[in-house]
Design a protein around this ligand. Structure first.
Ligand SMILES: [Fe+2]
Ligand SMILES: [Fe+2]
Length: 186
């Protein structure tokens, strides 16, 4: 799958805003891949494709997961939007022939997870620090991502967990596992 070909697929699948986000994540993945010496083409494809399933309606997400034997945990059943990561990985494998390593990165891009490899870490953080992101402290994390990738991911995981606590919403177990794994491997 070539970048231009994938762009055309995504333009038809995503809203203008989400497409722009995908381009921003692709660009950030490229910068990080250069910095950390990771395959640039793979990183760009991941950035572009990562949210391919994001705009699928919730009931369709649950149906897709059921039809394609994707396990759904209780938190994902409660918040089916989280499933866009696993479904996106499945689509990228079946439709575009992405490697298992690339699919794992897509699968973990929202929650994080244990034993993330460099490519997974890059996609995870690029999703949160693309140039379309404007939240408080984004400049700090953008900077940190190039200095200490693991610290930047921990920061992002802590933000996610704090948000869940403030909203009194469930926390995905992979987010906890990712945080524990990073903290204990420092
Ligand atoms: Fe996403
Ligand atoms: Fe995203």
């Amino acid at each position: 799958m070539e970048i231009e070909e994938l762009k055309n697929v995504l333009k038809n699948k995503l809203s203008e805003k989400r497409f722009f986000h995908s381009i921003c994540v692709m660009e950030m993945c490229e910068k990080l891949a250069k910095h950390y010496n990771v395959n640039i083409e793979e990183a760009r494809l991941l950035g572009l494709a990562h949210d391919i399933a994001k705009e699928m309606p919730s009931d369709e997400k649950l149906k897709y997961a059921k039809d394609n034997n994707i396990p759904v945990c209780i938190v994902e059943r409660y918040s089916p939007t989280l499933l866009h990561a696993k479904i996106g990985a499945d689509i990228c494998k079946k439709d575009f022939g992405f490697s298992d390593k690339m699919c794992r990165a897509i699968s973990l891009h929202t929650t994080g997870g244990e034993n993330m490899d460099l490519l997974s870490k890059i996609l995870f953080i690029a999703d949160g620090i693309g140039l379309d992101r404007t939240y408080e402290n984004v400049d700090y994390i953008r900077d940190l991502a190039f200095k200490d990738l693991d610290e930047s991911i921990l920061y992002m995981l802590n933000l996610t967990i704090k948000e869940c606590l403030e909203r009194n919403s469930p926390i995905h177990t992979d987010t906890i596992l990712a945080r524990n794994w990073l903290l204990m491997n420092k």
